[in-house]
Design a protein around this ligand. Structure first.
Ligand code: 5GP
Ligand code: MN
Length: 327
């Protein structure tokens, strides 16, 4: 682990003296958000802490069979000695959960764009998932790796690497997966739950997005409207991972999804082939992420944001050259 020893010690001391702990993750949660939330939350509970685990947008279907998923709250209740934010590169990512609660105590994350917003910032951009960092912190925090904790962490690892195939994969992450399996995590089942199984509504939403997919000069993109969500009865505020399908299109150097939001905003997701970096582009629009996968929420109409972001993304391809999709 690259995180400075003093930062880990400071965080461990703060954790040790806390009785009531709030663990929070990000809006539109993915498997690493929930896996990290449950992994840390359940381990702290087993160590005798009073723990609340909060995810403003609930738990996505692929994580609902994880132990503790049913106890995740939409908002915190009461007071806490320690607030810990996981898998968030900035505080806006926690939605309204922490409004009025001051500066969080711990920030555990793997985004290169992390703003180091907490008292103790345990940020390691080389980790493939926040779940990997949480595993590394268990000994320092004097926490144990039970089967439910291992299952939650393995879900984070599987989903953030899209089944161990993202360009940031490391031998270390493969070894960690083996360690988590040895602790009782059921890799095939977790993989099916979190990555393979899809609801009927989700594939209908894909259909709506795929029916109007476009490609030009190495860019592949589509839009998802509020009307699509209504028509397909998709319950989430997310893209049902359609972005990962666009990113797999032959010749897609950068894939983008524009997801209309109810509040006059558009959620933009980028995926880039290895060698390109979309994280700084996302930061420019108030978002963040990783070199190969980033996102931002931008004010404006769907068509305005689409036009503006396509314009702003194209120079990245021009700078880097490379193969273009043939029209
Ligand atoms: P996705 O496009 O799947 O929502 O997210 C891709 C990556 O970018 C994830 O690591 C996610 O945490 C990050 N990300 C997505 N949207 C935002 C955003 O609005 N703000 C920040 N800071 N990060 C984001
Ligand atoms: Mn993550």
């Amino acid at each position: 682990m690259q995180i400075a020893e003093e930062a880990v010690q400071g965080a461990a001391n703060a954790m040790q003296s806390a009785k009531r702990v709030l663990v929070v993750s990000h809006i539109r949660p993915d498997g690493d958000a929930i896996g990290s939330l449950l992994g840390l939350g359940l381990a702290l509970e087993a160590a005798g802490k009073q723990v609340q685990m909060v995810s403003e947008d609930g738990v996505p279907a692929g994580c609902r069979r994880l132990e503790g998923a049913g106890r995740v709250l939409h908002r915190p209740e009461g007071e806490f000695d320690l607030v810990c934010v996981v898998d968030c590169s900035d505080l806006e990512r926690t939605g309204s959960t922490l409004l009025g609660r001051g500066q969080p105590d711990l920030n555990i994350d793997h985004h290169v764009t992390n703003l180091l917003f907490a008292r103790h910032n345990l940020v390691e951009a080389g980790a493939v998932a926040t779940a990997e960092i949480i595993f590394d912190l268990l000994p320092a925090f004097q926490l144990s790796l039970s089967t439910p904790v291992a299952s939650a962490l393995l879900t984070g690892l599987i989903t953030d690497t899209i089944g161990f195939r993202t360009s940031n994969m490391t031998p270390r992450a493969m070894r960690l997966a083996a360690t988590l399996m040895e602790a009782g995590a059921d890799l095939p089942q977790l993989y099916l739950d979190a990555l393979a199984h899809r609801s009927y509504a989700a594939v209908r939403l894909w259909g709506a997005g795929l029916s109007r997919v476009e490609q030009q000069d190495g860019l592949v993109w589509t839009v998802l409207t509020l009307q699509d969500r209504q028509a397909t009865r998709y319950p989430g505020r997310d893209d049902a991972d359609l972005i990962n399908i666009l990113g797999a299109v032959d010749g897609a150097e950068i894939a983008i999804i524009f997801l209309e939001q109810p509040d006059g905003r558009v959620k933009v997701s980028w995926r880039a082939r290895p060698g390109l970096d979309v994280s700084q582009l996302a930061v420019r629009f108030g978002g963040g992420g990783h070199p190969a996968a980033a996102g931002a929420e931008i004010k404006g109409s769907l068509s305005d944001v689409e036009k503006m972001i396509l314009e702003q993304t194209r120079p990245l391809l021009e700078i880097n050259g490379g193969n273009r999709v043939q029209q």
